[in-house]
Write a protein that binds this ligand. Structure first.
Ligand code: TPP
Ligand code: MG
Length: 373
């Protein structure tokens, strides 16, 4: 049977620059001192997370709390590849990125303890690490919610660089998301606008293969080839080994430089694994012990230590000593957080509305609402 009304659909010319050739030359491996710095950061994040779990069990931390152990290389390698004033925006598994970005571990720990010394005065908790000084825009608990913000931050830097400062767009935003966020509608809106408006944002997918207890194969279409998610928007894509901090740095440096130069978005899938449960109350019955131990065998800290031993004669003792220093730093952070007071009741009403809208004191209406019935 023929269908006379059927028409051949001819794809229209792509309006975005999908044709750009990505022939990245390999970025050189940084010198020993830089690599030791990364090792220290990854050790710091891991120790911080171990102490966070303890503090949670001791009821010093309330609410949801998600541990980053296993994924440390992604935060460290990608953040090392951008400039200090490039914006960073995160999902809720955010302690590691905050530390990699330079937040003082004391302020990060105090935030989780709900104390005034925390980065958000103890009002945000584990999922809301903010640090304006370090261009870190959170910490977001709603899955995918940070992705339109990533697009918006890239729009803001581009507008500032090109329109306000009359120059060339020269920033790139790092916007991290988990594999669960691939199934949120707002991520596609975020990619669509980023592509249409030529915005320099890197969507960093931390594919740890699980969204709570759902494996990516069960919950996400085309899980075997995630390129399609960004290709539909004319956005270039790369897959990187999320456990190799050196490769991560090299790839992110090339990609970030390209995004800056071309003023275009990018989608990076960093393949990784979270060693612990989704949150603090997860018995992990959806995966096997064998799978976990196989993954832990290929560890980001272990492999960088081995590289430093082989290529730079860094001894095991030197790594142990670094580890001891980091342990003492985190112990001090825990003590500092414990001694930080709880926020006073007046804090309930500060930092809720911007001054632009008129500060809300609890007795006055914000300016924006004045005149409402
Ligand atoms: C819109 C929305 N739906 C559901 C949830 C509940 N939830 C919290 S975390 C999570 C899993 C997300 O997994 P993924 O994005 O892979 O991040 P990961 O935990 O692996 O870092 C879900 C479904 C939520 N916070 N927001
Ligand atoms: Mg996940």
């Amino acid at each position: 049977m023929t269908n006379s009304s059927a028409k051949t659909v001819v794809p229209s010319e792509p309006s975005q620059k999908t044709e750009a050739k990505l022939n990245f030359s390999k970025v050189p491996i940084p010198e020993k001192g830089v690599l030791l710095g990364w090792l220290r950061q990854m050790l710091l994040i891991r120790e911080f997370e171990v102490r966070t779990m303890q503090a949670y069990q001791n009821r010093l931390i309330g609410g949801f709390c998600h541990i980053y152990i296993g994924q440390e290389a992604i935060a460290v390698g990608s953040i090392a590849a951008v400039n200090d004033d490039d914006p960073v925006v995160l999902a809720y598994r955010d302690h590691g990125h905050a530390l990699a970005r330079g937040m003082d571990p004391k302020h990060c720990m105090a935030e989780m303890f709900g104390r005034i010394g925390g980065c958000a005065k103890g009002k945000g908790g584990s999922m809301h690490m903010f640090d304006a000084e370090h261009f870190l825009y959170g910490g977001h608990g709603i899955v995918g919610a940070q992705t339109p913000l990533g697009t918006g931050l890239a729009f803001a830097t581009k507008y500032e660089d090109e329109i306000i400062n009359d120059g060339k767009s020269n920033h790139v935003t790092l916007c991290y998301l988990g594999d669960g966020a691939l199934n949120q509608g707002c991520f596609y809106e975020a990619m669509n606008l980023a592509s249409l408006q030529d915005l320099p944002v890197i969507f960093v997918l931390e594919n740890n293969r699980y969204s709570m207890g759902t494996s990516i194969e069960r919950g996400t279409s085309m899980a075997h080839d995630l390129r399609v998610k960004s290709e539909a928007h004319g956005i270039h894509h790369a897959i990187v080994d999320g456990k190799n901090v050196i490769n991560l740095y090299q790839d992110f440096k090339s990609i970030a430089d390209w995004c800056r130069e071309e003023s275009r978005p990018f989608f990076v899938e960093a393949q990784t694994y979270r060693y612990k449960g989704h949150s603090m109350s997860d018995p992990r019955k959806y995966r096997t012990k064998d799978e976990e131990s196989n993954e832990e065998h290929n560890d980001c800290i272990g492999s960088l230590s081995a590289y430093l031993r082989e290529e730079h004669d860094v001894t095991e003792d030197a790594v142990k000593q670094m580890s001891r220093q980091v342990k003492s730093q985190v112990k001090q952070a825990v003590e500092w957080a414990k001694n930080s007071p709880e926020p006073p009741i007046e804090e309930l009403y500060t930092d809720v509305y911007t001054d632009h809208w008129g500060p809300y004191t609890g007795t006055s209406k914000p300016e924006m609402l004045e005149g409402d019935a």
